[in-house]
Design a protein around this ligand. Sequence first.
Ligand code: NDP
Length: 288
Amino acid sequence: ADKRAVTVIGLGPMGQAMAGAYLDAGYEVTVWNRTAAKADALVARGAHRAAGAEEALAANELVILSLTDYDAMYAILEPAAAALPGRVLVNLSSDTPERAREAAAWAAGRGAEHLTGGVQVPPSGIGKPESSTFYSGPKEVFQAHEAALKVLTGADYRGTDPGSAALFYQIQMDMFWTAMLSYLHATAITAANGITAQEFLPYAQSTMASIPGFLAFYAPRIDAGHHEGDVDKLAMGVASVDHVVHTTEGSGVDAALPAAVREVFRRGVERGYGGDSFTRLLEVFKAS
Ligand code: NDP
């Protein structure tokens, strides 16, 4: 772990940025990618080009994987399994918690360690300590390579369960895409009403900036099982989302998104939670 050397397998935009960050930090970098030409620029900057996956694995203990998904990892590493014993695979490819747990067992069965990673930034965020990546897996393995991992981004260790980093990554994505789509939907309504995205921007930002306060208010109540409708009531929420659906339709915009939100609220009301806070919808999510 003391050797400042690393192998990077997978040279999409992410893997290229990662290999580049290691070169910038003075590491000895070995790279391999299925499409060899994607290594050219890195080789020109001093990286070693491995002739194959097995050679790439053999070059260094620490092996960063930046692939589309875990299937790509199996496709590459199965035929090169002879070189796996003693390797530390840091899998920065996105996939599900279950797939990450399977991969950790798969690696262990072949004499390798596996750390799951969930990178929270685009390629432009690689090499910046303020960026963050979730990691999970054996703690001593994480600690042994923490300094090397921090060349890429800040490191947020989420525990020994190999699925944990993938879970934290996916829940961020759950929020991110739903929130971004809510923004895009609102922008479709403003556009239909002759308002530019630029004009809407400060209002959209202000709405998003109000969210952390709501989260801080509701999180302890959720943990305490406190869903009383003292500050908001589900029945009120249904009426409110209903107005959003009608405003959307009135603007000639597709209403599938707010209609789906209204449907969740309605299911809560049907179950008799109309007088409770919207947080009671957790019961609806649990059962579906
Ligand atoms: P790409 O999909 O562009 O790169 C994928 C890499 O996987 C390429 O090197 C590709 O090789 C390789 N690959 C895919 N399938 C196979 C296969 N069957 N056999 C061999 N190699 C294969 O992804 P990115 O670089 O953008 O991202 C990498 C990972 O990081 C992904 O899991 C992504 O979800 C995650 N991520 C990406 C972010 C981003 O903004 N880009 C942000 C956060 C996470 P080849 O070049 O030969 O096709």
